[in-house]
Design a protein around this ligand. Structure first.
Ligand code: GLN
Length: 292
């Protein structure tokens, strides 16, 4: 038993200990992790750590904090440790078994919302993971109906819970399937996906945190483009003529994906950049079929 842990210490001291420990363990952005974990334990927002920095913390809480810090030092993502992540207007449950939603994906949702407007429509989210896209679209567009698929049952469990907790379970239907097999609807107005898009080299070079996330949510074949080829060549099965596809892409994939769309019968192909200036979201409209 560590003698230091037997007495009360202040929030400030506890946080400083946590930061020091994570820094010494080589965790990047140690302060942010240390703050999130302590705030989570105290069931308080992070700002509490600073406005109530003289509050006293007992040994039990310090022990619990140390257990979380130990896992963080082994590079478990902080979002898995606290169990939630903010995404647009929602708070989502996440854990091992579903990809942690990334800030770039908020831009994908934003492009969808700006392009399609508030009228009642039906959209399909393929590879929904935690349900981040499907749930936030349903929250922000009360007239929309969303169908969301995933091949992973464990991801869908998070997604279903997230839909319920955000009050949109009546407008989001989840289907456990590969891509859109078994979806049984062929006239969606919008098709959205943030598919796995990393190639082998990128997958090998990731931060240790990512190894805790499901590989099936990340790996897009040797060139990273597998799912784009598959989706763009087959999307007519579910998207109505004149409907729009919205795809998140890897840092160097906007051009090849735009080419696939052009040769696949799409028009009005455009790309939106992320916070780092990378072309991150590609959208395009499926041409109306001309008969004759
Ligand atoms: N749709 C989820 C997201 O955008 C999951 C994506 C995935 O697993 N590739 O985060």
């Amino acid at each position: 038993m560590n003698a230091v842990m037997e007495q009360n210490i202040t929030v400030r001291e506890c946080l400083q200990n946590g930061i020091r420990f994570l820094k010494a363990s080589g965790v990047p952005e140690a302060r942010i992790s240390a703050e999130y974990l302590l705030a989570y334990l105290l069931k308080q927002p992070r700002v509490f750590l600073y406005v109530e920095s003289s509050a006293q913390l007992g040994p039990e809480l310090q022990d619990e904090y140390q257990r979380l810090l130990d896992r963080r030092a082994r590079r478990v993502p902080v979002q898995y440790l606290v169990g939630t992540v903010p995404f647009r207007n929602t708070t989502l449950h996440v854990g091992p078994g579903c990809l942690i939603p990334r800030p770039e994906t908020e831009i994908l949702a934003d492009v969808v919302l700006r392009t399609l407007g508030p009228e009642p429509i039906r959209v399909l989210d393929v590879g929904t993971g935690s349900g981040n896209i499907a749930v936030s679209l349903a929250v922000e567009r009360p007239a929309w109906h969303v169908v969301a698929t995933d091949v992973s049952r464990s991801a869908l469990r998070y997604a279903e819970q997230n839909a319920i907790e955000n009050g949109v379970e009546n407008r989001v239907r989840f289907v456990h399937t590969d891509l859109w097999a078994h979806v049984q609807t062929d006239a969606f107005d919008g098709f959205i996906s943030n598919p796995p898009y990393l190639n082998e080299r990128e997958l090998a070079a990731l931060e240790p945190e990512v190894s805790f996330e499901p590989e099936e949510a990340l790996w897009g074949s040797s060139d990273g483009l597998y799912f784009y080829r598959k989706m763009i060549s087959g999307v007519r099965e579910v998207l109505r003529p004149g409907g729009t596809v919205f795809l998140e892409v890897g840092f160097d994939q906007a051009d090849p994906v735009s080419d696939l769309l052009r040769t696949g019968g799409f028009q009005r192909i455009s790309a939106v950049r992320d916070y780092a200036g990378v072309k991150r979201v590609v959208s395009a409209q499926l041409k109306e079929v001309s008969r004759g």
